[in-house]
Design a protein around this ligand. Structure first.
Ligand SMILES: NC(=O)c1ccc[n+]([C@@H]2O[C@H](COP(=O)([O-])OP(=O)(O)OC[C@H]3O[C@@H](n4cnc5c(N)ncnc54)[C@H](O)[C@@H]3O)[C@@H](O)[C@H]2O)c1
Ligand SMILES: N[C@@H](CCSC[C@H]1O[C@@H](n2cnc3c(=O)[nH]cnc32)[C@H](O)[C@@H]1O)C(=O)O
Length: 422
């Protein structure tokens, strides 16, 4: 254990390390692409002499990514990206492995912010962010830490939307790679990862049946498609609500009922928001919901389900089971909110499956190396993961699965490039 990591870290309990270590070993065994990158990093040491700050959901897969970045020569400091997704045993194991950790499960909002700031006070050269928490602090109250930063990589849809808004108004001060927009990210992580882990989180939390129930999926983007597809597989009647006409037609053609939230609110048993927007379920909807409706969010912050408006309609709010709050309405109905309206798959579950995060985090590791090598020429921009890196992740994934694919012959290449050949 590095003495610095141990003395500087802020975690719940170092004694939890053995359990955390087992969790990390389990996922490592199911992350073959990232294992290959770790071997390469060990040889090439791309981050030698550099400091990296990471803010991601601090569970076992993330911990393994931090170890891979460290294996590449970096000094790593890490914090969470949601107060409820940090796992204390994993934090302890990382500290024992020489990584400086500033994270605890369920800190109060002020401490959560302080932990993010402490991570940045390690004066990183490179950052990995999820949802823009680090970037926001660097561009507001801690601008003093900006000059050191070479660049970084952003994990999620909403984070990238925010970075692009900053780029547009000219306020972004360093390059960021939009990891979410790589094919090997959103096609698998947002769709199949969210699709599976959301139902894992809901089912282990509620212990109730899904078959035969009506599930309302709010937003039919990449995450919504996964959540709706898996709800259908569990035997639910699935309704999709949207604001985008094209996505609504897509949901309809995929076999789902599409209607405005005001109508869906009356018939849903489960509601899952995956929009990245705010107030998508709000007061007017609660007024018409069935007694016993279960609300959860897997999009961004805890604002997709408007909790203050629900509280205003309630006479009592009580925890009825771990991660389930009952809002007892003044008219006698009950509406249940899972995981305080924070990401249900991470706050009430273990997040996406390891084989999915294998690809996402392989992209993160490669993107960090890419931005470190090119930060001067890129400038203060949001850039995509280069296609070659994206394809490399897919090829390594196929290789790990023992799946081969065909190669174009020269004649086929010429045919595809031509407009005269028949
Ligand atoms: N829980 C997770 O593990 C996880 C994983 C990946 C992404 N995310 C987050 O989930 C959110 C969605 O990501 P995505 O990749 O699916 O984004 P996306 O842009 O592909 O989809 C979002 C969809 O929500 C729709 N929408 C917006 N406002 C709406 C409203 N009021 N009612 C109904 N629909 C509305 C949009 O039209 C869009 O189709 C983002 O905040 C992202 O950061 C979470
Ligand atoms: N800080 C925000 C960010 C949304 S996170 C959404 C991101 O979480 C990522 N994610 C999903 N499951 C896991 C996991 O198990 N470990 C680490 N990250 C995950 C996923 O890649 C997705 O882009 C919030 O908590 O409200």
């Amino acid at each position: 254990m590095s003495a610095a990591a141990k003395s500087e870290s802020v975690i719940r309990d170092i004694g939890l390390a053995p359990e955390g270590r087992l969790k990390i070993e389990w996922v490592q065994a199911h992350m073959p692409v990232l294992n290959r990158i770790r071997e390469k990093f060990e040889k090439e040491q791309p981050f030698k002499g550099l400091k990296v700050a990471i803010s991601l959901h601090l569970e076992a897969k993330t911990a393994y990514l931090a170890k891979v970045v460290k294996a590449g020569g970096a000094e790593v400091a890490i914090t969470g990206s949601n107060p409820l997704s940090t796992q204390d045993d994993v934090c302890a194991a990382l500290v024992e492995d020489g990584i400086t950790v500033f994270a605890k499960y369920n800190p109060d909002p002020q401490e959560y912010k302080e932990l993010l700031i402490k991570t940045l006070e390690t004066k990183p050269d490179l950052i990995i962010d999820d949802g823009g928490d680090l970037v926001t602090i660097l561009h507001s109250e801690r601008r003093d830490l900006l000059p050191n930063i070479r660049g970084g990589a952003e994990e999620t849809t909403t984070g990238i939307l925010r970075l692009k808004a900053m780029e547009k108004e000219g306020s972004l001060q360093f390059p960021m790679v939009a990891v979410n927009d790589a094919f090997c990210k959103y096609l698998f992580d947002n769709r199949y990862g969210t699709g599976q882990s959301v139902w894992d989180g809901i089912n282990r939390t509620t212990n109730l049946v899904v078959a035969g129930k009506t599930v309302v999926v709010v937003g039919y983007g990449w995450c919504g498609k996964g959540v709706a597809m898996r709800a259908k597989g569990l035997g639910a009647n699935v309704i999709v609500t949207e604001v985008d006409a094209i996505k609504a037609v897509e949901a309809y053609m995929d076999g789902f009922r599409v209607m405005p939230m005001m109508e869906a609110a009356k018939i849903g048993d489960y509601f899952v928001t995956v929009t990245g927007n705010r107030d998508v379920i709000r007061g007017e909807h609660y007024k018409v919901m069935k007694d016993g409706a279960i609300l959860s969010n897997a999009g961004h912050f805890d604002v997709e389900v408007n909790k203050p408006e629900l509280a205003a309609l309630s006479s009592e709010v009580r925890t009825v089971r771990r991660n389930i709050e009952e809002y007892r309405l003044k008219d006698g109905r009950s509406i249940y909110v899972l995981a305080e309206g924070r990401l249900v798959n991470l706050a009430a579950g273990d997040g996406h499956p390891a084989e999915i995060m294998d690809m996402t985090f392989a992209l993160q590791a490669m993107s960090l190396q890419y931005v470190n090598e090119r930060y001067k020429e890129i400038g203060s921009k949001v850039v995509n993961v280069p296609y070659e890196l994206d394809e490399q992740v897919a090829r390594l994934k196929l290789e790990s699965l023992g799946i081969g694919i065909d190669t174009l012959t020269d004649e086929q290449k010429a045919y595809l490039d031509s407009w005269t050949e028949h």
